[in-house]
Ligand binder design. Structure first.
Ligand code: GAL
Length: 950
């Protein structure tokens, strides 16, 4: 009976400082689907703040700070309390939870257990005044024996929880600190003569297509195992059974076989997948073929419910991943809710399950006292790993065990690596934080630069013999924070080139913004670190995902889909061919619908076939089963620059065709009846999150944003040099430069017109010694009404910077104001599309300022980066949250001769050399005119044409 462990509640505080594992729990085991009765205890509980708060209702599962009890704290590496292990601070929020429930007689008829799947914080559990034990390990399952304690009629369950404990030192993941019972609580009948645990071992032999199955069962009773789909009803447990032919499990072909494990008292149903993962010649192999991981890191996050994510949402997330060619998930940095892995088994995704362990904050103290290397913490760390492996061991989708994240090095990590290999020799063990890689089966790194990854792939990096035998993966790369990630293609090309490179996991899938209602204008208030008054926090660093917190995709997701395409298509217009590379693991291409004759191509093979390429060609491959596009390619023929016959001549009062120029500045101020404002040359952009980071390849230098700020790139002052007529051209010469320094740009604006359109041929030439690279080189102008929509022929629908936008294709697109501008939680430069012909329609003027209905600006050119947004760059750069941006009143337009790439310096390498913008002469040719239109664009209010951000 559990009572033997009873410790009076007065020791609750003392025990919080214990580095020991939780007490009183049953041995860790698999999360089994059983026919034994169960009783969910989720729902309305009572909670009160200790010592003297009043009781109120709370939803379980849920986090306390998201239900009005305390506040969330976002910190990445730094601990928000003194590093004084194993002690928590005295300032430690404590809560009592209470649930009264009637026991279900079906459960009560048997021995029983109480299961907690996730309680964030450290807790002590009492049922009917009997202490069951303590909960440690926030994202891990604990079961308590309740036999003899659970009673007929009303039962009282109490959970006393403290936010901080010794175990907080092991849970320093980069995410919100949010205590609470955030996963389900369930009472389970545990019938005598039932099944305690099951371990399914199912492997595949690619040489002959056979499968081997062994089902280890922990039970006191006689057990039978059946696999109906293989025609076997009476397999003995604990022995290997050979099947001559099975369908192997892969993410592309997730074939599952129901396995029934049966005793007289209990039946458990599992789904086995036959697959074998191993390492051969430093190559990661699945079922005998090389495996490429096109993965993402997934935290559990919901903008309203935090790490309580319902299963329907998780399924939708996985389906969204599959539609974007993502085939792998690292459960960063803890085991996900248990049922999540049923979904990855069924839908087909490779999973790296990570232990709930991170001690990163010790790094800021030179790793002094790191629990990973202190015997005091050995048991707690082993306990965590054991519970991770035992719970999830039966899932075919789980290919790797990860020991944890950023926990330094030490004997305790070595010990859990060894334990894991002994317990489950079938799966490679992963841990990134130990460069010696002595106890792991894959060499893993995070954010290694492409230059280093290339050396690792090519085997030119100095390595010891052991590590050289390991395949390589990037457990994190391509930090998807804000505008970006830039440079995805370069990584992928390396993954394709070198068999040792097994791919990796993009950081990260979902942003962790917390939503807090909407503004009067209807914008969602999205919060990040510091917004809850935290004194230690890491700001917006938690907003770094391919999808927003509500899982609407950011533009990077379309780029990922293109870069991860399992089929390579390359059109060669000169030779009139298309080359097809099948990069699936094991599928041929017969499941794809193509709009061209698609030849059979075996996995790993390349085939070139003739293709008629005369004009614009778009090839698209669609998965017939799931209906989504898996790959596409385009041939876009060269387009001539738009010709404007220079028939108009400049007049003495500085008019040229439809344009009027200002004699003081030399800049155009009107185009027909459209006012042009603040026309100026510009070299700056509102820093992106990546611009604000220090690239890992140049850590000794300030961030790009700081270099620009030091050079005052955003504060150019202009001097008019002269205005001359050169035949039909009006030539304006200006010089612009930042204050303080003697470097700048000489700009020649050469304007011509055919009486309707106004052509600009602009040359920007640097002078002096420039102290930094440029963000862009182009012009800005403002129209004094907000945009209604933008319609363009060019690249879209998503934005493109020199190292992003792989998902953008040539076509004609329309976007509302917000969609075009691309709004991000923290405002920053975004939204440039390369256009050939774009029309910016302005919203109708308010009634007191009648202007021509349907006014706007048309811009023509070839591949001209066009940014359109309702705020100035300065406003964007100075605003911390999207919902704080002012309502749209004007339109700011930028047209670029050139722009810098974005890179991933928010965490990782900066902008790669080919995408940087060294000061040099740049030329922009565009044609501006008023759109010819009969009908007004939008007749209702401004709001009716705005759209939510994508
Ligand atoms: C890694 C870490 C992640 C996250 C990322 C930056 O160092 O493992 O948890 O912090 O950097 O977003």
């Amino acid at each position: 009976m559990i009572k033997k462990d009873y410790v009076p509640v007065t020791s609750f505080r003392t025990e919080l400082a214990s580095p020991q594992p939780g007490r009183g729990g049953l041995p860790a085991r698999a999360h089994l689907r059983s026919d034994a009765p169960r009783q969910p205890l989720d729902g309305a509980w009572q909670v009160r703040r200790r010592p003297d708060g009043g009781w109120s209702e709370i939803r379980v599962p849920g986090h306390l700070p998201l239900q009005g009890h305390g506040t969330p704290i976002y910190a990445n590496v730094q601990f928000p309390f003194p590093v004084d292990p194993p002690f928590p601070p005295d300032d430690n929020p404590e809560f009592d939870h209470r649930l009264e429930f009637e026991a279900d007689p079906a459960v009560l008829a048997h021995p029983s257990a109480l299961r907690f799947e996730g309680v964030d914080g450290a807790a002590t559990v009492r049922l009917n005044d009997v202490e069951l034990g303590t909960l440690r390990g926030s994202r891990l399952t604990t079961e308590f024996d309740t036999t003899g304690v659970l009673r007929d009629g009303v039962n009282v369950l109490q959970v006393r929880l403290a936010q901080w404990s010794a175990h907080s030192y092991l849970e320093d993941q980069d995410m919100w600190w949010m205590p609470g019972i955030f996963r389900s609580v369930t009472l389970l009948a545990r019938p005598a003569g039932g099944i305690r645990d099951v371990f399914v071992h199912a492997s595949y032999d690619h040489r002959d297509g056979s499968g081997t199955l062994r089902v280890d069962v922990d039970s006191d009773a006689a057990v039978t195992v059946s696999v109906p789909a293989l025609g076997r009803e009476d397999l003995s447990a604990g022995e290997s059974h050979h099947f001559r032919s099975v369908d192997p499990w892969t993410a592309e072909t997730p074939s599952l076989y129901a396995v029934r494990v049966h005793t007289q008292q209990e039946t458990v149903t599992l789904r086995a997948g036959f697959r074998t993962v191993h390492v051969d010649d430093a190559t990661l192999m699945l079922n005998g073929r090389p495996l490429l991981l096109r993965g993402v890191n997934r935290h559990e996050h919901d903008p309203l419910h935090g790490r309580t994510v319902d299963l329907a949402t998780a399924r939708a997330e996985l389906e969204l991943m599959k539609r974007h060619n993502i085939n792998a998930v690292r459960t960063s940095h803890y085991p996900p809710q248990a049922d999540f892995l049923d979904l990855t088994d069924e839908l087909g995704l490779y999973v790296m399950v990570e232990n709930d362990l991170e001690t990163h904050g010790f790094e800021l103290n030179d790793w002094r006292g790191n629990p990973s290397d202190d015997p005091l913490w050995h048991d707690a760390i082993l306990d965590r790993m054991r519970r991770t492996v035992e719970r999830d061991k039966n899932h075919p989708s789980v290919l790797f065990w990860s020991l944890g994240n950023e926990a330094g090095t030490g004997a305790n990590l070595d010990a859990i690596a060894q334990w894991t290999k002994r317990r489950d020799p079938s799966r490679p063990v992963h841990y990134e934080g130990d460069r010696r890689s002595r106890h792991v089966d894959v060499y893993s790194r995070m954010y290694a630069t492409t230059a280093e990854v290339e050396r690792i792939g090519a085997g030119t990096e100095p390595e010891d013999e052991h590590r050289r035998e390991l395949p390589f993966l990037l457990c994190e790369y391509a930090h998807a924070m804000g505008n970006g990630p830039g440079g995805l293609s370069e990584y992928q090309e390396l993954f394709h080139r070198y068999p040792r490179l097994a791919g990796g996991f993009i950081w990260e899938w979902v942003e962790h913004a917390l939503h807090a209602g909407t503004t009067a204008e209807g914008r969602t208030v999205q919060l990040y670190g510091g917004d809850f008054g935290e004194r230690v926090h890491d700001g917006s660093f938690v907003i770094d995902g391919l999808v927003h917190a509500d899982r609407t995709p950011g533009p990077g997701l379309a780029d990922v889909a293109r870069v991860f395409a399992p089929v390579g298509l390359t059109i060669d217009a000169e030779r009139s061919t298309v080359t097809i590379v099948n990069r699936y693991h094991s599928l041929d291409l017969t499941h794809l619908d193509a709009d061209f004759p698609l030849p059979p191509v075996a996995p790993g093979d390349t085939v070139t076939v003739p293709l008629e390429v005369s004009s614009l060609v778009t090839l698209s491959l669609r998965d017939r089963r799931q209906g989504h596009e898996v790959a596409w390619a385009q041939h876009v023929p060269p387009r001539p620059a738009p010709a404007v016959e220079a028939t108009a001549v400049p007049s003495g009062d500085l008019r040229l065709g439809p344009a009027v120029f200002d004699a003081r500045t030399g800049m155009p101020v009107r185009l027909g009846d459209l006012g042009l404002h603040d026309v100026a040359v510009s070299l700056w952009r509102a820093p992106t999150e990546n611009d604000r980071g220090q690239g890992w390849e140049e850590r000794d230098l300030p961030s790009m944003a700081d270099r620009w700020a030091a050079a005052r790139l955003g504060d150019l002052r202009t001097r008019l040099i002269g205005i001359t007529a050169d035949g039909p051209a009006l030539v304006v010469r200006t010089r612009s430069g930042p204050p303080v320094i003697d470097a700048g740009v000489d700009v020649t604006w050469r304007w011509t017109s055919d009486g309707d359109a106004l052509a600009l041929d602009l040359t920007i030439e640097p002078y002096g010694r420039w102290p930094c690279e440029w963000a862009r080189a182009g012009i800005d102008l403002r129209l004094d009404r907000p945009t209604a929509r933008v319609t363009w022929t060019g690249w879209g629908p998503g934005p493109q910077y020199p190292d992003t936008g792989q998902g953008a294709r040539y076509g004609t697109f329309t976007a509302g104001r917000d969609t075009y501008a691309v709004r991000t939680v923290r405002p920053q430069e975004h939204g440039a599309r390369r256009v050939d012909d774009a029309t910016i329609d302005l919203a109708p003027a308010p009634e007191n300022r009648p202007e021509r209905a349907g006014a706007g600006l048309r811009v023509r050119g070839v591949d001209v980066p066009l940014t359109v947004r309702p705020w100035s760059r300065e406003t964007v750069a100075a605003t911390a949250h999207d919902h704080e941006l002012p309502a749209a009143a004007s339109t700011w337009i930028s047209l670029d001769a050139a722009a810098s790439g974005v890179g991933t310096a928010s965490c990782g390498q900066g902008v790669l050399p080919p995408y940087r913008l060294a000061p040099s002469t740049r030329r922009l040719r565009v044609v501006l005119q008023q759109p010819i239109r009969e009908e007004p664009v939008a007749t209702s209010s401004y709001q009716s044409v705005s759209e939510p951000s994508p």
